[in-house]
Ligand binder design. Structure first.
Ligand SMILES: [Zn+2]
Length: 337
């Protein structure tokens, strides 16, 4: 079984739609006394370290072919210049890709992902987590598109000019008019709209106005683990009806209320496949953004343990390949091109 799982993992294109590793490269986001969020700007991504969860050697060890890197300036932990912070993070991303160009290459399309993987490199995609970074100007989305960003979440838990977040528990708010304009512009530009961190009302507003499929880049099933960052069955059905995909988040509190394990993550995958079939679930680890990890998924090098568990539960190779990245790739091909 082990051997078969590792063969399947090796053959599959593995895609992870969310990590916060760029934050670990920005001194203003790091915390000196916390090994998870210690400043790695001096170390970079090319060196294997035991800090946090993601670096390039560990991406290879984990067999990850395409990793999304989130650019974020969450208000709760942010210096007062969201746009400038985002631009600095994008610069850190490209600097790391240049420094390690034999191993990792930025990708802005399905074809560029294939190209990078064909050369034996990790394809690195840029996403935005919380469109606070556009500072209220929808036009800035076009600039971020030019800079290589291909996925955008409207909000990062706390309300901004575009939408209410999941932490705005009392407001009942969804998308603002500016948020609706942003969705139109994102779809026009070929950028994937991300529902993770949106309020429930925001989710339904988005499903109302979105013309194409959307992603939940790092959210699980609320029926399996009752957390507001996870999606209800009704939401999962609506997302799937629209051709969307969910990336499974490894944050222990989103996986299981008391005992998060690899099996717990796969329980969410089981539930979603039972609900809407095998075409709408993938991986969105949230590595380097979560305070601790499930047992058996201590960092990105442990990604193959998901495959082992899927194989153990009797999923076919075709299904496993879809979950590991095939579904995300379909969405990327369809929305981004
Ligand atoms: Zn997040």
């Amino acid at each position: 079984m082990e051997g078969r799982a590792s063969e399947i993992h090796g053959r599959a294109l593995v895609v992870d739609t969310h990590c916060d590793t760029l934050k670990c490269l920005m001194p203003q986001f790091t915390r000196p006394r916390d090994s998870m969020w210690r400043d790695r700007s001096g170390i970079g991504m090319g060196v294997s370290s035991d800090l946090g969860h993601v670096d390039i050697p560990r991406l290879f060890e984990g067999g990850v072919d395409c990793q999304f890197f989130a650019v974020s300036s969450a208000r709760e932990r942010t210096p007062p210049h969201p746009l400038r912070t985002a631009l600095e993070m994008i610069e850190a991303f490209y600097k790391e890709c240049e420094k390690n160009r034999e191993l990792i290459r930025p990708a802005t399309s399905y074809r560029e992902i294939e190209g990078a993987v064909g050369e034996g490199k990790v394809a690195a995609m840029l996403s935005i987590e919380g469109a606070d970074v556009i500072e209220g100007r929808v036009e800035m989305l076009r600039v971020f598109h030019r800079l290589g960003v291909r996925m955008v979440g409207l909000v990062h838990s706390l309300r901004n000019l575009l939408a209410d977040g999941v932490a705005d528990r009392r407001t009942g708010g969804g998308l603002s008019e500016l948020g609706v304009q942003a969705v139109d512009e994102l779809e026009r530009l070929g950028m994937i709209v991300d529902v993770s961190h949106l309020s429930d009302a925001g989710f339904w507003d988005l499903m109302d106005v979105a013309k194409g499929p959307v992603i939940a880049s790092h959210s699980n099933a609320r029926e399996v683990c009752d957390h507001p960052r996870n999606l209800t069955d009704e939401m999962i059905r609506a997302l799937a009806d629209n051709g969307g995909v969910m990336g499974m988040n490894f944050a222990p509190s989103f996986v299981h209320p008391t005992n998060a394990t690899v099996g717990g993550v796969v329980d969410h995958i089981d539930h979603i496949i039972g609900l809407v079939g095998p075409d709408h679930v993938g991986l969105g680890s949230d590595f380097d953004g979560i305070p601790s990890t499930p047992t058996g998924l201590e960092d990105v090098s442990k990604m193959p343990s998901i495959t082992a568990e899927l194989v153990r539960r009797g999923y076919t190779e075709e299904e496993v390949v879809k979950v590991l990245g095939g579904n995300h790739l379909r969405l990327i091909k369809q929305v981004v091109g």
